[in-house]
Design a protein around this ligand. Structure first.
Ligand code: NI
Ligand code: MN
Length: 217
């Protein structure tokens, strides 16, 4: 099951990724968002991804999987955090997470480094690209992990825009693509229908989820 909570926040099976909730697209109650969540995964340190991780992890007593630097930061604040780095895999609470490369930054604040930004392969089938520009090694990610579903940023400015995401689709070669990281703020407004049309022309199935509505994927 995959549920979108706006921006880059998704629940994939029992993993909640990048819990920037509430956000301008999603104001659902925490109890609903955290239902069935056994792990929180965080791709990088920016506030629109690290979001309310600390509060959610403590309130619902779930571990956080993230890069080494952010895990140290969270541990110092009393969160049960498991650190890892790009190329590694962790199996925890019935979830399998592999951390993969992203081309982006990751500072938590101007004075606190958040290590290096990442994406995740979740349960061997879903690729959450995190915040990233286009990079050629997406082809390797597609080849090695063969994800059935790719969650790709399309909002531009801070990440790939539509044109770059269309190239990413051809590199990753997943069956299904779900766009993310767009229309949350005016700076990342795009016409998602343009993306859907152009991506479908490449032969992939594109799903634009409704906020909070679980998809049987
Ligand atoms: Ni970011
Ligand atoms: Mn972001």
């Amino acid at each position: 099951m995959i549920t979108w909570y706006g921006h880059a926040c998704f629940k994939v099976d029992n993993v909640l990724i990048d819990p920037f909730v509430p956000n301008p697209l999603c104001n659902l109650p925490y109890d609903e968002i955290m239902e069935g969540v056994d792990v929180i995964a965080v791709t990088h340190g920016h506030a629109d991804h690290l979001g309310n991780t600390e509060e959610l992890a403590k309130t619902y007593d779930v571990p956080v999987v993230t890069n080494h630097e952010i895990s140290v930061y969270l541990s110092e604040r009393g969160v049960n955090a498991e650190g890892m780095n790009i190329g590694g895999t962790i199996e925890i609470n019935g979830a399998k997470l592999t951390m993969v490369k992203a081309e982006h930054s990751s500072d938590i604040s101007p004075t606190i480094s958040g290590g290096v930004a990442s994406g995740f392969i979740i349960n061997d089938r879903v690729y959450h690209a995190g915040d990233t520009g286009l990079f050629g090694d997406m082809e390797l990610i597609g080849e090695i992990y063969a994800p059935q579903i790719a969650l790709l940023p399309i909002g531009g400015r801070y990440t790939m825009g539509i044109d770059e995401a269309l190239v990413a689709i051809e590199l990753i070669y997943s069956e299904i693509v779900i766009p993310m990281h767009y229309n949350t703020f005016p700076l990342i407004e795009v016409d998602v229908n343009e993306f859907v049309k152009k991506a479908e022309a490449l032969g992939v199935e594109v799903v634009v989820p409704k906020i909070g509505e679980p998809l049987n994927l």
